[in-house]
Ligand binder design. Structure first.
Ligand SMILES: Nc1ncnc2c1ncn2[C@@H]1O[C@H](COP(=O)(O)OP(=O)(O)OP(=O)(O)O)[C@@H](O)[C@H]1O
Length: 305
């Protein structure tokens, strides 16, 4: 049986009258890099705060390593390292001194500082003041701090946010190394599909507080029967109106053609008939398999309709 480092059931969360999370149930397999993907405002940070016991979701349940915070709070927190957006770093101290401040709080041997500096590849800059660090180096220092206790699970909220391309690549490689070489289970949030796609073994997609998909990334591709239909015709604007009236969603349009997701061959015939019956001239109909980006967009767009 698969074991889960994180398991939540039916998490609901309100900010006053606003429902930020709706029945969020997650299962994060031990050993996975689990991508928690959703647009801005989807509820990722709120979920992460609940996972770290910073917010409480009444009625729902949160288990980390099969234990709940009510009975095993300190045992759980010893096994979790977190990086939530920008880490708090004393800019007037060096990287090493920053780690020393935290080391004393978490009470691990001094030798661990060199170990984590090596893991995040900051050894050469360890004695520079943090005010001279790039954002990517600050993020890696934050991760080094989270690694001091050698936790089993890392929870990272948008760890590549704001980084330049080389910082993004370094952070991505670091996350993969932490998973493969150091055996960490990694839960990481992002609003960028291509980021998650390059890293994650498993994924959950959240939008407007609801989990829309959960499972392997490949399952998302295979599970989606959707393909895209490109229609070339004479009056695109009129065609858009006709198809919207027929309950189709248009994903793209330009002067000569439009693109819409379709689920079956019958829908192709139906689209064609609607357009011809409306007096339009259809010059071409062609289908392509949807890429992951448009599967994601379609999933998250459905809720807005
Ligand atoms: N303190 C708060 N008070 C009221 N509403 C809030 C508060 N914090 C978040 N929200 C709202 O709850 C929803 C979920 O926010 P959350 O920060 O969890 O989203 P997110 O997926 O992490 O987005 P982002 O990537 O933009 O941080 C959003 O609509 C947000 O505006």
């Amino acid at each position: 049986m698969e074991s889960y480092s994180i398991e939540t059931r039916e998490l609901n969360f309100y900010f006053k009258d606003f429902k930020a999370l709706s029945n969020v149930s997650l299962q994060v397999p031990t050993g996975s890099i689990f991508g928690f993907l959703g647009p801005n405002g989807a509820g990722k940070t709120t979920t992460i705060r609940i996972l770290l016991d910073l917010f409480h979701a009444p009625g729902g349940s949160v288990k980390l390593f099969g234990k709940s915070y009510e009975t095993a709070r300190s045992a759980i927190l010893k096994q979790v390292g977190a990086l939530i957006e920008n880490p708090s770093i004393y800019k007037h101290l060096t990287g090493r001194q920053n780690l020393e401040v935290i080391r004393r709080m978490v009470n691990v041997p001094v030798s661990r500082i060199d170990e984590v500096l090596r893991i995040v590849r900051l050894v050469d800059n360890a004695d520079k003041k943090a005010k001279h660090y790039s954002l990517g180096m600050c993020q890696r220092l934050g991760l080094a701090a989270a690694l001091l206790t050698d936790p089993e699970l890392l929870i990272l909220d948008e760890p590549t946010n704001g980084l330049d391309p080389s910082g993004i690549i370094e952070m991505r490689e670091l996350i993969i190394r932490l998973n493969r070489e150091h055996g960490k289970t990694i839960f990481l949030s992002s609003h960028i599909l291509s980021e998650i796609e390059k890293l994650a073994t498993d994924v959950a997609i959240i939008d407007q507080g609801e989990v829309l998909y959960q499972g392997k990334l490949d399952g998302l591709r295979q599970g989606s029967q959707l393909t895209e239909l490109r229609v070339e015709l004479n009056h695109v604007a009129t065609a858009v109106q006709v198809l919207k009236t027929g309950n189709f969603t248009i994903s793209e349009q330009n002067g000569q053609s439009l693109i819409l997701p379709i689920q079956s061959r019958q829908e192709i015939a139906h689209v064609n008939k609607l357009l011809v019956d409306a007096g339009l001239e259809v010059y071409g109909l062609s289908t392509t398999a949807q890429n992951l980006e448009s599967i994601f967009l379609n999933l998250t767009k459905k809720l807005d309709q």
